[in-house]
Design a protein around this ligand. Structure first.
Ligand SMILES: [Zn+2]
Length: 148
């Protein structure tokens, strides 16, 4: 079975997932240097750098990812802000306002959790579509084999 691009009939086609994987490489480079300073000092240094390097095409063919909010961090910031606002605007009964701020933070935390869950759900459909998509490496046409 041979597949071709429905746009230009080229057979140089790959699934987006395969393009993404083939163009993404873990990098771990080590740079060593020796320097001679005037008046006789010698310095040596080694720098290590690791990360992920991806080609522009691989990035373009990356699987869709949901935009999530860090609920814990957001709730903490909301708590701090709410506490400061309450304590400053009202009076000095700090402990009482700490409870109020905590309640506000918990409500926000639950809301963020809920919206994150929705984002993951929505993203699952996008990923399912993504898994079906192929890319022509000749004309950059994106298509679903058997559909287009
Ligand atoms: Zn093509």
């Amino acid at each position: 079975m041979s597949r071709i691009c429905p746009n230009c009939a080229s057979d140089t086609i790959m699934s987006k997932r395969a393009i993404h994987l083939s163009g993404t490489t873990a990098t771990n480079s080590t740079t060593a240097g020796v320097g001679v300073v005037r008046f006789g000092g010698v310095g040596a240094g080694v720098a290590s750098h690791s990360g992920i390097s991806a080609s522009a095409l691989a990035i373009d063919c990356a699987p869709p990812a949901p935009k999530l909010v860090n609920a814990g961090l957001a709730a903490f910031l909301i708590f701090v802000l709410a506490f400061i606002a309450c304590a400053y605007l009202m009076d000095t009964r700090a402990l009482y306002w700490a409870y109020v701020a905590a309640a506000v933070a918990v409500v926000c935390w639950l809301q963020i959790k809920r919206s994150n869950a929705r984002a993951i759900e929505t993203n699952a459909a996008k990923v399912a579509q993504y898994e079906k998509e192929w890319r022509c490496l000749t004309c950059a046409h994106t298509f679903v084999p058997g559909e287009a």
